[in-house]
Structure formats: structure tokens, C-alpha cells
Design a protein around this ligand. Structure first.
Ligand code: C2E
Ligand code: CA
Ligand code: CA
Ligand code: CA
Length: 283
């Protein structure tokens, strides 16, 4: 038994070593990955719950690693944050997705403005060039600021002081929407919302998961109803993440959520997918 225990530890150690080696390898490969064009963006539609039409899309970055294949952001965004590469990477994601959104916009002028949602990490929020770079990207692309929504997690803004909020306020004044991402996972005071320059709440997937059961957990329903009522009373729009079934979508629509995102509508995918959804809406 002792030997087996020893082996188990040896195996656990080996697995930990392998993870550390991979992490180390990914960290050293990150800086050149951007120059080599190994990152790409998938887009996931955001849909109006009322009529099912496309409201916009969220840009989600992936890394096509030469040895490990396609890696999701959870594998490398934390490393990029840690090493500071998130600043140039985030700038690239913004530039690329804004360019893409402008392309869609120009081809679907009748469908109303199409929104593009881009994630901002805490390190990007602290980067002094954020506002100037965002203005520059928008001006060069021709996309109006009102079509851009920057998603910031609730946890990144907990206890945020005025210095941190200032760039977000400036962007909001220009017409850029700021969304509070993963809402409900941090412990932010709801009353605190009033001092944040946000116009959209993105309800975390954990709430939608609670509604997966049949019948939906009544407590989860009440909580979501309460959040939606509060958000609307503060003039905030509510987006729900992680909608996987038609039943969930229907319930969320009844409760009054504005927009939704999830596998029920579409998984993140190539830009063409959004293009064809927009064409379908236009019919
Ligand atoms: P997030 O911003 O909360 O993005 C939503 C995540 O939920 C995405 O995971 C998406 O693929 C997944 N998702 C969408 N619909 C469903 C559904 O119906 N069910 C389930 N189970 N999952 C769904 P993904 O693409 O792996 O991204 C993970 C996180 O990585 C994102 O979470 C975001 O925080 C971060 N991220 C992605 N792209 C960027 C980026 O360009 N910059 C930064 N800073 N972070 C990014
Ligand atoms: Ca997000
Ligand atoms: Ca989220
Ligand atoms: Ca998340």
C-alpha cells in the first residue's frame, strides 16, 4: 500500500510537473505567438430575447498553438495578464474585432446597429493608453463608438477607486457601452452599481444553470427577477450568458431580460456565421 501511495504521489508530481512545463512553455511562446499570427477570434452572437434577432457578437480569443492545437482563453489569458502581454494582445483583439464589426455593419445597414462586445482584463484597465488607443482604433475603423461594448468583470471593479473608473467614464461619455461581466459571481453591493459607468449587466452563467432544472429552481428565478427589476430601474440593460435550452430562453424572456447568449443560439464560431445570421434576419 505504501508503494502504491508512493507511486500515486509520483504520478501526481509528474502531472504537476507536466502542467508546470506546459505553463512555462506557453508563457515563453506567448510573445512570439502574436507576431506569428497564431491568435484568432471566434464570435458568439448576442440575441434579442424579444424577437430572436441578432443584437451583436462577443469576441472570444483563441490561440492556435503549433504543438498543442487550439487553446481556449482560460489556458493563456491568465499567463498573458501575468506577463503583461495582455496589453498588446488585447489591443489586437480590439482592433481585429472592431474591423470585423465595421465590415458587418457596412453590409447590413438596414438591420440597425450591430454591437461588438470585447473583453477587457484588469491589466488593460490599468494601462494608461487604454482610452487613446480605443479612440484611435474606432477612428481608423470607421465604427461609431456606440457600436462598441467593453466587458469588464465585476471582480475587476470591486473596490475600484476613481483613478480606475476614470478611463471607463471617458469611454462611456464617448458613447462606448461598458458591461459588467460575470455579474453575480463577485460580492459587489448592488447599490454600488450607481457609481459605476456601466450600462449593461451580464448575468453570469451560474444563474442560467440554476434554471436548467425542471421546474426551474424557484429561488434562482426570484433572484434573477430581482436583479432584472433593479437593473432596469437603474436604466441598465440585462444580458444573460450560458443559455443552453429553449425553455431557459423563454423563462428569461418572460422575466424581462433584454439579450441572451449561449449554445442554444450558437456556439462561438467563425465570422461568417454572424454574417449568415444577419442575412437570415434581414429576410
Ligand atoms: P466570458 O467573457 O464570461 O465569456 C463567455 C464564455 O462562456 C466563453 O468561454 C463562451 O464560449 C462560453 N459560453 C458561451 N455560451 C455558453 C453556453 O451556453 N454554455 C456554456 N457552458 N458556456 C458558454 P471562452 O470562449 O472559453 O472564454 C472564457 C473566458 O476567457 C471569457 O469568459 C473571458 O473572460 C476570457 N476571454 C475570452 N476572450 C478574451 C479576450 O479577448 N480578452 C480577455 N481579457 N479575456 C478574454
Ligand atoms: Ca465576456
Ligand atoms: Ca461572462
Ligand atoms: Ca466567465
Amino acid at each position: 500500500a505504501k508503494a502504491a501511495g508512493g507511486n500515486r504521489f509520483a504520478l501526481a508530481d509528474a502531472a504537476a510537473d507536466a502542467r508546470a512545463i506546459t505553463r512555462h512553455g506557453l508563457t515563453t511562446a506567448l510573445p512570439t505567438a502574436l507576431d506569428r499570427g497564431e491568435f484568432f477570434i471566434e464570435y458568439q452572437p448576442l440575441v434579442h430575447l424579444g424577437d430572436g434577432t441578432v443584437h451583436g457578437a462577443e469576441a472570444l480569443v483563441r490561440w492556435c498553438h503549433p504543438q498543442h492545437g487550439v487553446l481556449g482563453p482560460d489556458r493563456f489569458i491568465p499567463l498573458a495578464e501575468h506577463t503583461g502581454l495582455i496589453v498588446p494582445l488585447g489591443r489586437w483583439v480590439l482592433e481585429e474585432s472592431v474591423r470585423q464589426a465595421n465590415f458587418w455593419q457596412e453590409r447590413h445597414t438596414d438591420g440597425g446597429p450591430l454591437r461588438i462586445n470585447v473583453n477587457l482584463s484588469p491589466t488593460q484597465l490599468h494601462h494608461p493608453g487604454l482610452v487613446a488607443e480605443t479612440v484611435d482604433v474606432l477612428e481608423r475603423s470607421g465604427l461609431e463608438p456606440g457600436a462598441l461594448c467593453l466587458e469588464v468583470t465585476e471582480s475587476a471593479l470591486i473596490g475600484a477607486d476613481d483613478d480606475l473608473l476614470k478611463p471607463l467614464r471617458q469611454l462611456a461619455e464617448m458613447g462606448v457601452d461598458i458591461a459588467l461581466d460575470d455579474f453575480g459571481t463577485g460580492y459587489s453591493n448592488l447599490a454600488n452599481l450607481r457609481r459605476l459607468p456601466v450600462s449593461v449587466l451580464k448575468l453570469d452563467r451560474s444563474f442560467t444553470q440554476g434554471m436548467q432544472q425542471h421546474p426551474a429552481d424557484p429561488v434562482d428565478l426570484k433572484i434573477v427577477e430581482g436583479i432584472v427589476a433593479l437593473a432596469h430601474s437603474l436604466d441598465l440593460a440585462v444580458t444573460v450568458e450560458g443559455v443552453e435550452t429553449g425553455a431557459q430562453a423563454e423563462q428569461l424572456r418572460r422575466i424581462g431580460c433584454d439579450t441572451a447568449q449561449g449554445w442554444y443560439y450558437a456556439r462561438p464560431g467563425a465570422p461568417d456565421r454572424i454574417h449568415s445570421l444577419l442575412l437570415a434576419d434581414a429576410v
